[in-house]
Write a protein that binds this ligand. Structure first.
Ligand code: SAH
Length: 420
């Protein structure tokens, strides 16, 4: 249940160094030709440039990579998320089919754990047509996902052109890969975004005596081949569009791409039903400068060796909520340790401890539980946030005939008080 850590980092150092040079050269050429670029443009290049981007080429998730995520720490994490979807499926009257749609599936571990739960509940799901749809831009990570989920047996140019790859899971469930959420077919769907929104490009803004200015990336004139932050000399279209007149902070990060994707999810859920679960580190519109890099599990200067480090910024849940434009209800953000506790992680841990006799496994189970739940580790830093159709939370018939309508089942994982 707890995933043992294996392997040492740094195996790609030599390749990394030459890639760093290639990406930096590319950016220097671009900056010389066009002048400074927005932080969003810089982040997009560094992470998902089709030739040299970090996720395109490396995507170092796991102990031997640059950062470790909850699904990579313990299988219990994915199992509880799988149970959350099943509980929503039951609460909405067991529809005949559902799609599990994961955005940015990394190594595919989370979906693998969820599919194992679905397989264990096969008798409950026997009449339900389940399919998996993965939205992934990185060719390297999609290969790793295919290996994890299908054993590598995939079709790479399927007849159905909307998907770029298709396969069947080890448990017999069809899986399709897409580059964009818009390519995923419509239908009742459960969406999942774990550590996805934090990887999307942000714009950064600084309040000055002359008003709001956008933070840009430029070449440092004093040090050869080095980048630096500068402020736009005047306001930009982004400063006009993204800063609210009532803003009280003096530094603000905005991720318009996250807004667009949340809007799409909200539209789809409003139209076809289902739910979305977003789990990430973040805040509710209160934090300022959160842009940072990770390489080999250490903080890394965001402007150094672009393409070789993960770049990330906290998710602004208040912005996501705003961008649903009221099309769906939202729950949370609620802290990871509260969500997992509400989902029954303690009971699951007890069962796993009872089922195993050796002390090494016990230690590992307790260690991974601590990583996920300890407020100083991932317990307080990560949040869960959900989108649900309005009718899931407030029955429109209730006003008319309150006594005849049975109460709606509560949404698992979230306290009812968190409803917004
Ligand atoms: N969910 C995984 C991986 C998180 S890393 C986990 O928790 O372990 C971020 C993931 O998002 C990677 O799979 C990366 O390739 C993918 N990604 C980044 N930007 C993307 C984009 N614009 N569209 C689709 N996937 C993207």
């Amino acid at each position: 249940a707890a995933r043992p850590f294996s392997g040492a980092g740094g195996q790609e150092e030599a390749e990394g160094a030459s890639r760093a040079t290639a990406m930096l050269r590319h950016l220097l050429l671009k900056l010389r030709a066009t002048g400074p670029v927005t932080v969003a443009e810089y982040m997009r290049e560094a992470l998902t440039n089709p030739g040299q981007g970090y996720y395109t080429r490396r995507g170092g998730i796991g102990e031997s990579g640059d950062f470790v995520t909850s699904p990579e720490i313990s299988q219990v994490f994915g199992e509880l998320i799988g149970i959350w979807y099943i509980s929503e499926w039951i609460a909405t009257g067991k529809p005949k089919a559902f799609q599990l749609v994961e955005l940015g599936p990394g190594r595919g571990t989370l979906t693998d754990d969820i599919l194992r739960v679905f397989n264990q509940l096969a008798s409950l799901l026997s009449k339900c047509d389940v399919s998996v749809h993965l939205v992934e831009v990185s060719p390297k990570l999609s290969e790793i996902q295919a290996l994890m989920l299908t054993g590598g047996k995939v079709q790479t140019s399927p007849e159905d052109k909307s998907a770029y790859m298709k396969g069947v899971s080890k448990t017999g469930i069809p899986i399709s890969w897409y580059r964009d959420i818009q390519d995923v077919p419509p239908g009742y769907s459960f969406y999942l975004a774990h550590e996805f929104f934090d990887a999307l490009p942000i714009h950064k803004f600084q309040k000055t005596e002359k008003g709001w200015r956008e933070v840009l990336v430029d070449i440092d004139p004093d040090v050869p081949d080095q980048l630096r932050f500068v402020l736009s000399p005047s306001s930009t279209p982004a400063t006009e569009n993204f800063i609210q007149p009532e803003e009280t902070r003096d530094h603000v990060e905005v991720c318009p791409e996250a807004g667009v994707i949340i809007q799409r999810l909200a539209c789809r859920i409003e139209k076809d039903g289902g739910a979305a679960l977003v789990a990430d580190y973040g805040h509710d519109g209160t934090k300022t400068d959160t842009f940072r890099g990770f390489r080999n599990h250490k903080l890394h200067d965001v402007l150094k060796a672009p393409g070789t480090a993960d770049l990330t910024a906290d998710v602004d849940f208040s912005y996501l909520r705003k961008m649903t434009q009221g099309r769906t209800a939202t729950l949370g953000p609620i802290k990871q340790r509260e969500f997992l506790k509400n989902m029954g992680i303690d009971l699951r841990l007890q069962v796993l401890l009872q089922n195993s006799r050796d002390t090494a496994t016990h230690e590992q189970l307790l260690h991974s539980y601590d990583m996920l739940m300890n407020p100083k580790k991932m317990g307080d830093r990560f949040n869960f946030f959900a989108l649900l159709p309005h009718h899931r939370l407030a029955d429109p018939d209730k006003k008319r005939k309150p006594e005849s309508v049975s109460p709606l089942p509560p949404v698992a994982g979230f306290g009812e008080l968190l409803l917004k």
